[in-house]
Ligand binder design. Structure first.
Ligand code: BDR
Ligand code: CA
Length: 310
């Protein structure tokens, strides 16, 4: 029998975040114990609302918590031009009837990790603020974290500045805490996630499933497709889905060990992930970094899992 992974998803829903959430909820070997919303693609009020909408829309029984509303050190930056004014423009949802748990998301992460008999896998796919806070508040949680499989960074070009990817740029200090924590880290950066491109044929295929999850995929990714056209692209990356997929199906990916350092100098390279595959810095690897994706198998895997949902 394959292992069941206990997972906490920390997200800033967000189109690709919502698909990562659907995959986590659907996969039989993932026990998605809780979801924490963090400020990122939009302000916390909006990312929390979007998370609750997706959970309610699919009738999922997973508790949702509100995490940090601002980064640790820097001023807040959001990604309205990619995800829209609401942070999840495109789909239309019913009026929200469910609400978030009272406990703060960071306290929830700490409590769950400390109380759990099995190790917890953390899947942060927004700015790393909640994870960084939890690691600073209670460093002993490191012992009971299986690994942190995150979406963020790049060893090539950035997408929000020439040097930095959005999630790391939005809270570089928190990303720094994650990479210096000693917890095993898997980094799905842009070099990998830009290989997971949903074009029109993928959208048709997921909508063709004929359930709510497939329709939601289509309603969201059609909006993403439009926003990507601004950059001359005919497909939208589902960045965050790769992190959730790796937790149960690492065979879909090629990863390489590397030493990763986050640039905290407040110049052009603020938030950049400096990725040393060749040991040039003389430091031991602190992460596995995604380099390759089996695209055909990835979309088959996602389709198979979306079919499991309402
Ligand atoms: C990351 O930024 C967000 O816009 C996406 O949800 C993803 O997590 C990509 O840079
Ligand atoms: Ca995200």
């Amino acid at each position: 029998m394959s292992k069941k992974w206990k997972v906490i998803l920390d997200c800033d829903v967000g189109h690709d975040d919502a698909i990562a959430l659907m995959l986590g909820a659907a996969h039989l070997d993932i026990e998605l114990v809780g979801i924490v919303a963090v400020a990122g693609n939009q302000v916390l009020e909006k990312t929390l609302k979007n998370t609750l909408h997706v959970v309610q829309h699919l009738g999922l029984d997973i508790p949702v918590y509100a995490g940090m509303s601002c980064p640790m050190v820097r001023d807040q930056t959001v990604a309205g031009e990619i995800h829209g004014e609401s942070g999840l423009d495109g789909p239309v949802f019913d009026e929200l009837k469910i609400s978030a748990q009272e406990e703060h998301g960071v306290n929830y992460i700490i409590r769950t990790i400390l109380e759990s008999k099995e190790k917890i896998t953390l899947v942060p796919v927004g700015p790393m603020t909640d994870i960084g806070m939890a690691l600073r508040m209670r460093p002993e949680i490191r012992e009971n974290i299986e690994r942190i499989v995150l979406m963020g960074g790049a060893y090539g070009l950035g997408n929000y500045t020439p040097a930095a990817e959005f999630n790391f740029l939005a809270d570089p200090e928190a990303a720094h805490i994650v990479f210096t924590s000693g917890v095993p880290v898997v980094m799905m950066g842009l070099d990998l996630t830009n290989q997971a491109l949903a074009d029109r044929s993928i959208i048709d295929r997921m909508e063709g499933i004929g359930n709510k999850a497939g329709k939601l995929f289509g309603d969201m990714m059609r909006f993403t497709l439009e926003s990507q056209r601004l950059f001359g692209l005919e497909a939208g990356p589902v960045h965050d889905v790769t992190a959730m997929a790796y937790t149960v199906h690492p065979d879909l990916f090629e990863v390489k060990p590397a030493y990763v350092e986050i640039c905290l100098d407040k110049g052009n390279c603020y938030g950049r992930s400096v990725v040393d595959f060749y040991g040039i810095c003389g430091k031991e690897p602190n992460a596995l970094v995604g380099t390759g994706l089996d695209k055909g198998a990835f979309w088959d895997f996602l389709e198979e899992n979306l079919r499991m949902l309402p």
